[in-house]
Design a protein around this ligand. Sequence first.
Ligand SMILES: Cc1ncc(COP(=O)(O)O)c(C=O)c1O
Length: 387
Amino acid sequence: MNIAPAERLTQLPAYLFAEIDRKKRAAISAGRDIIDFGVGDPDMPTPDFIIDRMAEAIRDPANHPYAHGLGIMEFREAVGRFMAKRYGVEVSPVDEVLALLGSKEGIGHMAIALVNPGDTVLVPEPGYPVYASGTIFAGGQCHTMPLHEEYGWLPRLDEIPEEVRRRAKVLWINYPNNPTSAVASLAFFEEVVAFARKYEILIAHDTAYSELYFGEKPPSIMQVARAKDLAVEFHSLSKTFNMTGWRMAFVIGHRDVLAALSKVKNNLDSGAFQAVQHAGIAALDGIDRSEIRGLIDVYRLRREMLVGGLREAGWPVTPPDATFYLWAKCPVADSMRVASRILDEADVVVIPGAGFGPTGEGFVRFSLTVPNDRIREAVARIALLKW
Ligand SMILES: Cc1ncc(COP(=O)(O)O)c(C=O)c1O
């Protein structure tokens, strides 16, 4: 019997990473020594103080039932402490915090909670694909906001046509940014808040890389006065604490939006395992511990090795200010061709920028989730390629 998938699946944009994925798998099965800068998944383990808390929490039967609602109160209070300590921002644990099964889940489900068929959603491009896929699943229309290097990889709000501004329901932004690694200033967030207030658009800020930065701490959009009236902000424990597989994140801000999202979640996923929420409390409270702060130094050294090595090989790269990505300008224009040649001839995986949207053309993304000796080896191999 032929079972056709729902049409909404056919409406997703073409998956441009498929070709690189296929080649990578073939190379690995052929026994080649692949160095993978493709995945944005930390290569270091979750720190022990978080695992120890998990081990204790998992033995407590009180943590075994379904976790309906906004998340356990202790987790939401820990989020309140974290936001106060890191940003000087106050959020009420009662109704301005919602625990998520990873921020991807919340980003996707938010479209189901808010977007009606035909609604317009403003989406950055190049960008993390889930803002668009969630919108498409909800029957909404994406209006893409191109990000360009000359504007610091920030969207040009003045270029959004008037009729689009008037009908837009949600505006997605993501800083520190994947894939460009750009950081936004508080002044930019103030501009976005003023724009959204004028056109009555909800701002959805994804700040999954908030704690991975090499200079000054990047701001939260909640530092803008009265941002909670019109914004939500997604935070993730995945990258900061090496916890990608644990699925723990949270969203803060506009209480009605959080209530709507919680309603969707209560119908579809029943919440994050409470033991993981307890481990999440240990993580958030431990943000200043050396195990966590030390990770930045690891990524900083990797960044220096990769940037230095690529520059010596003639690549015109700029060091990232934040995230664990290097968004590298290609030595020749076609990012798919560059990524393919690097894989075929150097056994190194990078992600072609065009896979994040057409404006990503001309760049490839390296993820700094590879140890030093492998970075050295990869750079030596890449240096042998003639463009
Ligand atoms: C920009 C951005 N947002 C959100 C996520 C999702 O992270 P998680 O679902 O693990 O919280 C990712 C993961 O790669 C990301 O790059």
